[in-house]
Design a protein around this ligand. Structure first.
Ligand SMILES: CC(C)(COP(=O)(O)OP(=O)(O)OC[C@H]1O[C@@H](n2cnc3c(N)ncnc32)[C@H](O)[C@@H]1OP(=O)(O)O)[C@@H](O)C(=O)NCCC(=O)NCCS
Length: 296
């Protein structure tokens, strides 16, 4: 194990490009190409990053995109790690841990491909599955209209109190949930962001569900033509009656007519019903978020 130096940059970039291309071959939902110059700049500028070498060959690398000191986590993006086997990853994490700790982290979060070899290798490093991402191709023509009577409107900052209630409906039953002032700040930011569609679904004049929708042009690990859905939540007293499905279909129809080709959703809950909900709406798993403590 040693810090990634200027002479390693080209070889690491080749590993990342090959990894991304291989993943896209396994699933058409994954982006198969990268902006090589941007990747080169990112790899060369992340310090410290680590490489595993044996007999002059690179067997793996680990480059943290940023340490989010406010949450005490080192973040590893989907192209931030490569490893020829779980033992190589374990050694890379052990080598990186002191620098992550010095930067204020006490744990790591890694977005990885949702495949047993990747999830298993991070689990062997002490990480736990915390969230998943699923992706779905949008049709090129309008779908049939179910006629549920559900009205969808874009909420603004004047809807803050309603949006706070709807946002609470999305809290995972076993937590963690944000503090009230943090929630207020986050929801207000989303309502005021011109790039975000904060959508409220109404039935007979009452707000009964929400979805937050935004473009994802520049995030690594997502397709450039993807729209991102989050915070999908239905009134707890009205679940299981098709409202969530109707909401998602309307949201996807909006996205389709706005020109998006795929939609992706992340969620942070282990509830198998939520997994089933997204599977039933045609979403396929692509990425998993693994989180763990730093090794001692
Ligand atoms: C997930 C959620 C949006 C689904 O809304 P819904 O109106 O209950 O969903 P529908 O009635 O249209 O669909 C029911 C399907 O979702 C599943 N489901 C998920 N949560 C459910 C719940 N609490 N009650 C009943 N069904 C639920 C069912 O298994 C069912 O599957 P099926 O279509 O194979 O029968 C809603 O349960 C919810 O708000 N959950 C909390 C927030 C959350 O976890 N959101 C997802 C993260 S973005």
């Amino acid at each position: 194990m040693r810090p990634l130096g200027p002479r390693d940059v080209d070889a690491v970039c080749e590993r990342v490009v090959a990894r991304v291309a291989a993943a896209a071959e396994r699933s058409a939902l994954l982006q198969g190409t990268l902006d090589r110059e941007a990747l080169r700049r990112a790899v060369a500028s992340v310090a410290p990053a680590w490489v595993a070498r044996s007999r002059g060959r690179i067997l793996g690398h680990l480059a943290t995109a940023l340490v989010d000191a406010s949450r005490g986590r080192a973040w590893v993006p989907p192209d931030g790690a490569s490893f020829d086997g779980p033992a190589v990853l374990g050694a890379l994490v052990a080598a990186a841990a002191p620098a992550w700790r010095d930067a204020g982290a006490d744990g790591f979060s890694a977005w990885v491909y949702d495949e047993p070899s990747e999830v298993g290798a991070w689990t062997a490093c002490g990480a736990t599955l915390r969230a998943r991402r699923r992706v779905r191709v949008l049709p090129s023509t309008p779908g049939p209209h179910a006629g549920t009577g559900l009205g969808l409107r874009r909420a603004g900052i004047g809807d803050l109190e309603v949006a706070l209630t709807l946002d609470r409906w999305g809290d995972p039953p076993a937590g963690p949930v944000p503090g009230e002032s943090e929630r207020r700040r986050e929801v207000a930011d989303l309502l005021g962001d011109p790039d975000v569609d904060y959508l409220v679904a109404e039935l007979e004049g009452r707000a009964i569900a929400q979805a937050v929708v935004m473009p994802l042009a520049s995030r690594r690990g997502s397709r450039g033509d993807a729209v991102h859905l989050s915070a999908v939540a239905v009134d707890p007293g009205r679940r299981g009656r098709g409202l969530g499905s109707a909401l998602v279909e309307s949201v996807l129809e909006r996205a389709r007519s706005a020109g998006y080709a795929v939609a992706e959703v992340n969620w942070r809950t282990a509830d198998p019903r939520v997994e089933r909900f997204w599977r039933g709406r045609g979403f396929t798993p692509t990425h998993a978020l693994l989180e763990g403590p730093l090794p001692a």
